[in-house]
Write a protein of this length. Structure first.
Lengths: 68, 425
């Protein structure tokens, strides 16, 4: 798969995942800083949202495997 | 799983293939040999080609190895033990054949040395040779089934051929019902056997049943007392799913759907964890599209059979928006009914398969850096970093196993909740 467009597509999908999870994480950190006693709630919601964003990126990666 | 992979290659190296010619093992890269056996040009095709001129020795391909390790197999290889599994093959028009995959006399790579009833074993999967002369159990020799890359209808595919008595026969993979989209399609036979995935599912169901029946008995015996033993392990998880997933999303009817959510969560969690245990043959059940497809179908059927009038009204004729927006929203919502379970299926499949493939690739790094045996410094030098990376990746995979089971459950709960909630204008 070296040098194919599918590999570029995969890389772009991972950029999306990185940005998405980074935003989720940064907002979660800010929220914990503002209200430290809610850390449990914030942490579980953060992990859930990160899994959903990552799911979208992994779907793109799997599709590019199939296309190549 | 990564260690069993290395063990398999070692096992293959030291006693495996010295059938008909001197096997120098350059493609598995374990020993240092004389220089004239290396290089892409000196592949040694003249040593390893069989009578039909095909050779199944090729350079080490980590991608192909990763695909092989995440796919289903008809034998269960746990280190040096090859557990033969029952094969149930259905040829439409010719009935069903039952036999054990031990008849193929496979080696640790899942390549069989015998053909039986026109079936052969290649890389762990049973293939059928429709033009094979006999139905008897015959010896076909090692390395007789070779996968060759061909261009079929413009796309490059891997086609298998069997070389027997100097003639080349085409070997077909089993039928898949994906209409060719995932590289499959209908062929001459359907494989209904107890494969590695089916056996793993059976083992996980048995373990879960034993675990939970024991815990239920403990609750009856120790009523009113503090939980002890496995109760103490499972109770927080159970209560977490009940209080954080079922009750908030399902509202008043949470008790009706709680068994389904619990079954989904613990089944998916058990299957994910079973695939992560090293040295256990690396069975990748939830990384199989068929399994996740069925789980998504279950979620789809439960959601739509329990949808009340408000749910269907929201899909087909969304109230509260102008009429022209309604006509745009209807096809989108109808598509959404199918896309939501589809994403459930793909998310679980992609997460687990990606994890397994990364594990295989981290171990393959050793072979890649060792340049298939030419560079001992590269090979030995990569062992420690690869092992550390593998351990780190396994820790992440444990987390992913829990998270993906949880995400599947919470999304199913959310869809069922959306379908059954009473509308409050």
């Amino acid at each position: 798969m070296v040098g194919s467009i599918a590999a570029i597509g995969m890389g772009l999908a991972v950029i999306g995942a990185g940005i998405g999870i980074g935003m989720v994480g940064s907002r979660a950190m800010e929220a914990i800083a503002r209200q430290p006693e809610a850390v449990g709630d914030i942490r579980s919601n953060m992990i859930l949202m990160a899994a959903l964003v990552e799911g979208a990126a992994l779907i793109a990666i799997v599709m590019s495997f199939l296309v190549s | 799983m990564c260690f069993s992979l290395t063990a398999q290659h070692n096992h293959d190296e030291h006693d495996g293939h010295d059938h008909s010619h001197a096997h120098d093992g350059h493609d598995h890269g374990e020993h240092a040999h004389d220089a004239d056996n290396h290089g892409a040009a000196a592949h040694g095709d003249e040593h390893h080609a069989n009578a039909c001129g095909m050779s199944d020795h090729h350079e080490f391909d980590p991608g192909e190895l990763a695909f092989h390790h995440v796919s289903d197999q008809n034998v269960y290889n746990i280190g040096p033990f090859h557990i033969p599994l029952p094969c149930i093959m259905w040829v439409p028009g010719q009935g069903i054949d039952f036999f054990s995959s031990g008849k193929f006399d496979g080696d640790s790579h899942g390549n069989g040395t015998k053909a039986y009833k026109k079936y052969v074993l290649h890389e762990g999967l049973v293939q059928r040779v429709p033009d094979f002369p006999t139905d008897e159990l015959v010896d076909i020799g090692a390395h007789s089934v070779v996968a060759v890359k061909e261009t079929v209808d413009g796309t490059e595919k891997s086609v298998s051929y069997l070389c027997y008595n100097g003639t080349k026969y085409k070997a077909e993979d089993r039928s898949t019902l994906d209409a060719g989209y995932f590289g499959g399609g209908l062929t001459s036979f359907h494989d209904l056997s107890i494969t590695k995935n089916v056996l793993s599912m059976g083992i996980v169901v048995f373990l879960l049943g034993w675990l939970f029946l024991g815990i239920a008995k403990a609750y009856r015996r120790r009523e009113g007392m503090a939980p002890k033993g496995m109760q103490g392990l499972i109770e927080p998880i159970f209560v977490f799913i009940q209080d954080e997933v079922a009750k908030p999303f399902l509202g008043a009817k949470w008790q009706k759907f709680l068994p389904l959510l619990m079954a989904l969560f613990f089944f998916i969690l058990g299957l994910n964890l079973w695939g992560q245990v090293p040295f256990l043959g690396g069975s990748n059940v939830t990384g199989s599209l068929s399994v996740t497809f069925v789980l998504a179908i279950v979620a789809f059927l439960v959601t739509n059979f329990n949808g009340n009038k408000d749910y269907w009204k929201h899909i087909f004729w969304m109230p509260g928006v102008p009429a022209w927006v309604k006509t745009i929203l209807t096809p989108v919502e109808v598509l959404g009914v199918f896309i939501k379970p589809l994403t459930l299926m793909l998310r679980l499949f992609a997460n687990i398969t990606a994890g397994h493939m990364v594990m295989v690739i981290f171990v393959s790094l050793i072979f890649v850096f060792g340049k298939n045996g030419t560079s001992t410094l590269g090979g030995y030098g990569t062992v420690i970093p690869s092992a550390l990376l593998s351990v780190f990746m396994m820790a992440i995979e444990l987390l992913v196993a829990f998270i993906q089971a949880f995400v599947f459950t919470i999304l199913t709960a959310s869809y069922i909740g959306a379908a059954t909630e009473e509308h409050h204008h």
